[in-house]
Design a protein. Structure first.
Length: 571
């Protein structure tokens, strides 16, 4: 057998580690399938980081989605308290208990009760846990928290032995288990032993940076399989826990050739007459008051007119303010809100950290399933993170939307008329199209100009167009070149009036000259006619004299001949 064939046979003989899906959004993607089946997983972290809620969701998702009954053994909270706590996440723990799909067992730990003849012994706990597992055929188990079992135990040798016994017991029962533990000083857990005997260790973290709260998750170790090793933000909301994976986003998305309108016909004309590519990303940047939100609103309205759905993230104005302001330029966004095609999500950036905002956006996009997304403006996010952090967030956002073939438009505020490093250049290389709206100050007034900095994959205009906002809507005026260059606003109108006046005067002058020529032609023709008459009269007079002379000559000749004949005697 050749070496290549032996290698192929060896690869085929290797089986992947069996995994149990948690049902928690994003966590199964990070762990590439879930937690190790039939093995214990340590879930550790500080107080308030979400250990108990994640454990409960693991049990409940198993019972409701994977038909795997579970046992939740609590050492701190009673069953009623636990049911009340998780009800806020939409979980009906009592119903699942009544259906015998989940068993919640509260165990009060008293060290004196588990010490026999001066030795620490968990045999009674094993019997109770084994009975709970067997009573419902449990496939999943949660022990919350392990510190309660070993509180006050100082003998490290006994502690290590009992921890190993507990983990071996769970493995022998063939259950997929989560054991929660509190984080210690400089260690993952207080005892510093559990992480070594666990097959999988997940660390939860709850941190405050610049008065902004963020929860993060990291898979510290996972025996026998590859896994994501970065920190991932996660969100606790009414739908449970959502984890946002980052490293799983790859550049392997399809590129659509379908076009979507910007909602502004003149702008579509600058983009080859068809608009942006579907699933692309568009950046509209400019100084304050240049109309970025108006462009975004027209883009959203165009999607709704196509009977598509648009999700509008507003970080500066409330939905009512946006609808009122846009109504003044001829667009009624409220009608699209009422028919369900347009959905606003407005919040101050400082309410969450960057990663939490990203998680919320992911959840809303998955829930609403929009065709178009608007983020207005992204520069407000700089108040809660550095430029590099905002850029990293937007990279993940763009990648996620491209995977879903969702067209996204960002607006960004430039702090001056020069391209702003913090906003435009920060993400301009990431987007597919970049529109720049800028102020044009000339002749004592301020006007707006727009040009397309780039638009990947399509021909586009390189002209600067005057951007006009009126109560009838948005328009782009054709480029107007005057004697001194491009003119806008009243200067353009004055030059147009001057040129129209000049054209009228030229037409009048030409008309006057034409009439003068006609008059001169008439006079000349009259003179020619008079001369012609005089010539004819002179000719006629000359002809008369000539005839008279000829007649005289003939009469003379005849008379002479008559006289000659008479002299000869001829009669």
């Amino acid at each position: 057998m050749s070496t290549d064939k032996r290698n192929i046979k060896a690869k085929k003989s290797i089986t992947a580690l069996p995994k149990t899906p948690t049902g928690i959004k994003g966590l199964d993607e990070i762990t590439e399938g879930g937690l190790p089946t039939g093995r214990p997983t340590l879930l550790c972290g500080d107080a308030g980081c979400g250990k108990t809620l994640m454990s409960v969701e693991f049990i409940m998702r198993g019972a409701t989605e994977f038909n795997e009954p579970g046992v939740f053994m609590a050492f701190e909270e009673k069953a009623e308290e636990l049911a009340d706590n998780v009800a806020s996440l939409g979980f009906d723990l009592r119903k699942l208990q009544d259906e015998k799909k989940i068993r919640v067992d509260h165990v009060h730990i008293d060290r004196s009760e588990i010490e026999e003849t001066g030795e620490y012994d968990l045999e009674g706990l094993f019997v109770r846990l084994g009975y709970a597992i067997d009573s419902i055929g449990a496939k999943r188990v949660v022990l919350d928290t392990i510190e309660n079992l070993f509180s006050g135990l100082d003998n490290q040798a006994v502690l290590r032995a009992e921890v190993r016994r507990l983990f071996h017991f769970l493995k022998d029962k063939g259950v997929t288990a989560i054991i929660t533990g509190e984080r210690g000083a400089g260690r993952l857990t207080r005892q510093g032993l559990e992480e070594y005997v666990s097959d999988c260790v997940i660390l939860l973290d709850h941190r405050i940076i610049n008065q902004i709260s963020t929860r993060r998750l990291r898979v510290v170790k996972y025996r026998g399989t590859v896994h994501g090793t970065n920190e991932y933000p996660f969100l606790i909301n009414r739908n449970g826990i959502s984890v946002l994976p980052i490293t799983t986003l790859k550049l392997n998305t399809e590129a659509s050739t379908e076009r979507v309108s910007s909602g502004i016909p003149a702008l579509d004309g600058m983009l080859g007459g068809k608009g942006f590519y579907k699933g692309s990303s568009v950046l509209v940047s400019g100084t304050a008051g240049t109309g970025k939100t108006s462009i975004a609103a027209y883009f959203a309205a165009a999607a709704c007119e196509r009977k598509e759905k648009c999700l509008y993230f507003a970080f500066e104005e409330s939905p009512a303010q946006i609808c009122r302001n846009i109504r003044s330029i001829g667009i009624d966004l409220q009608q699209y809100v009422d028919n369900g095609r347009l959905k606003f999500h407005a919040s101050r950036p400082t309410i969450y950290g960057l990663e939490m905002h990203l998680v919320i956006m992911h959840d809303l996009i998955r829930e609403f399933k929009p065709d178009v997304v608007v983020l207005d403006p992204i520069t407000n996010l700089i108040t809660i993170g550095s430029v590099s952090e905002v850029k990293s967030m937007l990279i993940r956002m763009i990648d996620f939307l491209q995977e879903q073939e969702i067209t996204v438009m960002f607006t960004a505020l430039s702090l001056n008329t020069i391209i702003n490093d913090q906003t435009d250049e920060g993400i301009s290389s990431l987007v597919d199209a970049w529109l720049l709206v800028r102020d044009i100050e000339f002749n004592g007034e301020r006007n707006r100009g727009m040009y397309i900095m780039k638009s990947r994959g399509m021909r586009h205009s390189n002209q600067v167009r005057e951007f006009v906002i009126t109560d009838k809507g948005i328009d782009l005026v054709d480029v107007y070149l005057g004697p001194g260059g491009v003119l806008t606003g009243s200067a353009r109108e004055a030059q147009q009036i001057e040129e129209k006046t000049g054209a009228a005067l030229r037409d009048h002058a030409v008309s006057r000259k034409d009439r003068e020529i006609l008059r001169k032609r008439s006079v000349l023709e009259a003179k020619i006619s008079s001369l012609q008459s005089e010539f004819e009269s002179a000719e006629e007079e000359l002809n008369k004299i000539y005839l008279e002379e000829e007649l005289k000559k003939q009469i003379t000749e005849k008379t002479r001949e008559e006289i000659t004949r008479r002299r000869r005697g001829n009669s």
